[in-house]
Write a protein that binds this ligand. Structure first.
Ligand SMILES: [Zn+2]
Ligand SMILES: [Zn+2]
Length: 401
């Protein structure tokens, strides 16, 4: 049995209720006031100091060791995301979202609960904490780069809790992984994600007299096909990348050739060189194909999240902690990246950090749905599986930090 189980088990019923309350009250990016208030109330109850209002609704809390000799050591920090998604919930659970069209479909309710569970454990062992611990609750993970705003607001700085961060740990629930399992990858783990927009301009006219205009729809169709040559023909075949078009808008009637087509897509890469290549080629291919068809096209790229690259020392620390708390047989060391994106990527540029996944796949029920699915619900049984790992990390001897 894990040495921390006796501290964790009594907390679980309350944590389960807390998670379900957060689930019932989801809010979108930078509007997570309910969660923010609830988290602060829990921290108050536990007597843990914090600062709030970072990046609108973000919070940094800190637990300081009782032994003055340990107070000046670098802190270990943990991050949880707070935001929900614009999805109408269909789980049918009694604690389903109270707000139509908004739901916790990515399990961030579970992530916040895990950090509050860790907080409840830490106050029990404050006297033997080997280093300061910081808890970062961050808004707007899904699309609006809450991590970048938290960093700007000083979330990683030593001013909060009087300790610099030596190591930062992030995590996400993973419906493709069985309950009780953990997974991590060295190096580049999650992809960069950038939005691109292409505007194709032709000369509109009558659908029955195409020879008198230049057909922007035909040009857009050819551009979209040609964009698929970028990953297959321009990108090094051993490097992953994605160019996907997700929206296209043009036209008002079946017999009118519109003068303009606008389409948007996403560019994913696992290294900055590939990322720059994909950006450049989207513009070149769009412009070149359009000219060949008597139109013109312009492309814009909006930079989104960078590549999330795990730091080697932190990966080993996570692996050791999982082995210690859950057993080697519950750890998957991944060799393939995920082409999804995660704004934890902003933190890893500033402090040594690692991000890991934990399993939530149980037997049947709502948890069989995937992330961002209207039928998804965080599996509360994961709380008791993940907390021993987080507690092990927080209580790891400072000399391994
Ligand atoms: Zn998500
Ligand atoms: Zn998420």
């Amino acid at each position: 049995m894990n040495p921390h189980t006796s501290m964790i088990e009594p907390e679980l019923p309350r944590l389960r209720e807390l998670r379900r309350d957060l689930h019932a009250h989801p809010q979108l990016a930078y509007q997570e006031t309910y969660a923010s208030d609830r988290i602060c109330a829990e921290l108050d109850r536990l007597g843990i100091p914090y600062t709030r209002g970072l990046a609108e609704t973000g919070i940094v809390a800190w637990v300081t060791p009782g032994d003055p000799g340990f107070r000046t050591r670098p802190a270990i920090a943990f991050r949880a995301d707070m935001d929900a998604l614009p999805i109408h919930e269909t789980t049918g659970v009694p604690y389903a979202s109270c707000t139509d069209g908004v739901m916790h479909a990515c399990g961030h309710d579970g992530h916040m609960t895990l950090l509050l569970g860790l907080a409840a454990v830490l106050v029990q062992v404050r006297d033997r904490l080997p280093q300061p611990v910081k808890l970062i609750f961050q808004p707007a993970e899904e699309q609006a780069a809450g991590a970048a705003r938290m960093i700007e607001a000083g979330a990683l700085s030593a001013q909060w809790g009087d300790a610099a961060i030596g190591r930062l740990i992030g995590f996400h629930n993973w419906p493709g992984l069985d309950l009780g399992r953990f997974a991590i990858k060295r190096g580049a783990f999650f992809a960069s994600a950038d939005l691109f927009r292409v505007v194709v301009r032709g000369r509109g006219g009558h659908g029955a007299m195409p020879h008198l205009g230049s057909d922007a729809i035909l040009a857009a169709a050819h551009i979209i096909c040609a964009l698929q040559s970028i990953v297959s023909r321009n990108l090094d075949p051993v490097r992953p990348g994605v160019v996907s078009v997700g929206s296209i808008h043009a036209g008002t009637a079946e017999n009118i050739l519109p003068g303009e087509v606008v389409f948007e897509g996403t560019i994913r890469a696992m290294d900055e060189g590939s990322r720059a290549l994909l950006h450049r080629r989207v513009g070149e291919v769009a412009a070149g194909v359009a000219v060949g068809l008597g139109c013109e096209a312009e492309a814009w790229v909006e930079q989104g999240y960078p590549v999330l690259t795990n730091e080697d020392g932190c990966v080993e620390f996570v692996q050791d902690s999982v082995v210690h708390a859950a057993g080697r047989e519950h750890l998957d060391i991944l060799t393939e990246p995920v082409l999804g994106a995660e704004d934890f990527a902003f933190y890893v540029r500033h402090v040594p950090a690692a991000y890991f996944l934990f399993g939530v796949r149980g037997t049947g029920g709502a948890t069989s749905a995937g992330l961002h699915n209207s039928g998804y619900d965080f599996n509360d049984d994961a709380l008791g599986r993940v907390l021993p790992v987080l507690a092990t990390m927080a209580l790891a001897p400072a000399d391994v930090l």
